[in-house]
Design a protein around this ligand. Structure first.
Ligand code: DC
Length: 233
């Protein structure tokens, strides 16, 4: 059967990854979380003091990337079969989801050379199709030819609450709902207003506002769209 590319874009914490993972699992496709890749580069920059007091040492980061010192890869979790993000071979899934990385990732993701570096790798991953990729620019930049493009959104408050619940569930202390809401709103602004690959729906994307949907409802909605595209191939 023909394989397709599914591009899922949208605002932060709107449940893109949850629905993308569920679809990939159901239909046996590879799942790629591109946000994790920007987070890994941010972690590298933080660990190597290329971000200090909110300032990014862009030229130094460019050099580190050019010299091949920043390797962003995924390893399959043997238990869940889901990809785990790695920095230079080390699994960094937990660290990249914390507030420190979340607070610095948007300006890193706005750097053109970081985007070029990661988009190239994302395009290679999709060469064979059979992939569900989520991010901000998948339908507009990475795979403008994707057969199915979805743009997901939900109100900032609903998204902050989801993020809050997730962090508390992981046992993170010192999290405040207000800080998370502020972070979500700031990231929305930076992601939508940056010069390179701003967050916007592709002209032919299907828009899904999932503020009022359960996980099961959104998964069912996506599977239906997937089957419709596949049967029209
Ligand atoms: O989806 P996320 O919250 O993990 O994404 C982290 C950051 O990376 C967010 O600020 C948006 C940015 N990003 C991006 O610019 N392009 C992508 N394809 C994916 C994420």
């Amino acid at each position: 059967m023909n394989k397709i590319i599914v591009a899922i874009d949208g605002h932060s914490s709107c449940g893109k990854s949850t629905m993308a993972k569920a679809l990939a699992k159901t239909v046996g496709y590879v799942y790629v979380d591109t946000g994790a890749m920007y987070r890994v580069v941010t972690l590298y920059a933080l660990r190597n003091r290329l971000i200090e007091n909110g300032r990014i040492y862009e030229y130094a980061l460019l050099q580190h990337i050019t010299f091949g010192w920043v390797k962003v890869t995924f390893q399959l979790d043997p238990a869940t079969k889901l990809p785990l993000a790695c920095l230079n071979g080390e699994v960094v899934e937990d660290e990249i989801r914390g507030m420190e990385v979340s607070n610095h990732v948007s300006p890193i993701a706005a750097l053109p050379f970081v985007r070029t570096f990661l988009v190239e790798q994302q395009q290679l991953m999709g060469q064979e199709k059979g992939i569900v990729m989520d991010g901000r620019d998948i339908g507009t930049v990475v795979f403008p030819q994707a057969e199915l493009k979805i743009f997901v959104t939900a109100t900032a408050e609903v998204r902050a609450q989801r993020r809050y619940d997730e962090l508390i569930g992981k046992g993170e202390k010192n999290v405040s709902f207000d800080d998370i809401l502020k972070n979500v709103q700031e990231r929305d602004y930076i992601d939508s207003h940056r010069e390179v690959a701003p967050l916007r729906p592709a002209d032919d994307a299907l828009i899904l506002d999932n503020s009022q949907l359960t996980r099961e409802q959104q998964n069912a909605w996506l599977l239906e769209k997937f089957n419709a595209v596949l049967s029209a191939q």
